[in-house]
Design a protein around this ligand. Structure first.
Ligand code: ZN
Length: 341
């Protein structure tokens, strides 16, 4: 893992770029900010996966879609989660039917004027983007599912499968015929995963399930196409974070002590462009915050169970937990900072 390949996309871009056909009739675009959107051409119409956040890019994407499949309707827009980078561009693909997990519907139903203002304000350093974000319209899912849904149109089959982990809404689009899965923000390659709404155990489970799909290629929520093997790094990252947070918890450290104590260790796992360092640090801390609460619950539960005799404590006195294997032997592999990313 010492020589990490360079990523072929740039974060923070405001420009446009051409779509890439990753399989016949299956396209993605890695040039947009906020997500890697995709679309699938069927004989009956198009199925989109995620929508770009920045209006100029969303409109560009729609133009590219219409150029590729003139006259075909957009049957569905599937949002892999409810985050701004994946679902806020829905308004640019109407008329269509938006489909997402039931929890995404609930989260997006809570997007008030205040939320729109926060999105707007988050671009205060980029006025050319900010001025595009004055008319945000939240387009909620019309159709929701909780476990899975199957779309069969024009000779294509797309399975929408709940995965969780990253958020309680995160779902993937699996095309069994093409052996390609759009895995949303479960997979991060060369980037720190966003864990502020995470369930870390569920996330590890989701990564393992993705590896058993039989996929040949994965489209992550951000960045270029990758392989199922690319899921290992983020899994190790999460396992490492869980282990270190548990160390802190058991040493009697508070959540804030864990946050400030661990942020440096976590930063080493993925490249950190200088201009985004502060933001990434704050995201890492919100992830540690989340994991700390999880570990706290696990430890309290294990403590209560062992008091009740439900668990046999191991010889070292530590509670028995449903901890995924391999948490113990993790050493981060520092990576070079790529300032231009
Ligand atoms: Zn997300």
């Amino acid at each position: 893992m010492a020589a990490r390949r360079r990523t072929s996309f740039k974060l923070g871009v405001t420009g446009l770029g051409e779509r890439q056909e990753i399989a016949p009739g299956l396209f993605i675009n890695t040039f947009y900010r906020g997500c890697t959107p995709g679309f699938v051409v069927t004989d009956e119409g198009l199925i989109l996966i995620d929508t770009p956040l920045i209006p100029k890019q969303a409109k560009d994407w729609r133009e590219q879609i219409e150029a590729e499949a003139p006259g075909l309707p957009i049957l569905y827009v599937f949002n892999t989660d409810h985050h701004r980078g994946h679902a806020l561009g829905n308004q640019y693909f109407l008329p269509t039917t938006v489909i997402a997990h039931e929890r995404a519907f609930k989260e997006m139903s809570g997007y008030t004027e205040n939320f729109k203002e926060r999105v707007y304000n988050s671009f205060k350093r980029e006025p050319e983007i900010q001025e595009q974000l004055t008319n945000i319209e939240i387009i909620l899912p019309d159709v929701t599912f909780t476990d899975c849904a199957r779309l069969k149109y024009g000779g294509r089959e797309i399975q929408l499968i709940y995965a969780g982990g990253h958020t309680p809404a995160t779902s993937i689009a699996w095309l069994p015929e093409e052996k390609i899965a759009f895995v949303g923000d479960i997979l991060w390659v060369d980037q720190h995963p966003y864990m502020a709404q995470a369930d870390s155990l569920e996330w590890i489970e989701a990564l393992r399930r993705i590896r058993t799909l039989g996929a040949e290629r994965l489209v992550p929520g951000h960045g270029p196409v990758c392989r199922p093997d690319d899921t290992h790094r983020v899994e190790k990252y999460i396992l490492f974070k869980r282990k270190r947070v548990r160390d802190y918890y058991r040493a009697g450290k508070t959540k804030n002590e864990a946050k400030s104590g661990l942020v440096g260790e976590m930063l080493e796992w993925f490249p950190v462009p200088l201009e985004r360092k502060a933001k990434i640090e704050s995201q890492i801390k919100s992830g540690i915050n989340r994991v700390y609460r999880e570990i706290q619950r696990e430890e309290e539960l294990a403590g209560a169970e062992s008091v009740n005799g439900a668990l046999q404590p191991p010889s070292n006195g530590a509670p028995v937990l449903h901890e995924p294997q391999a948490e113990a032997n993790l050493i981060p592999t520092p990576v070079a900072v790529e300032a231009n990313q």
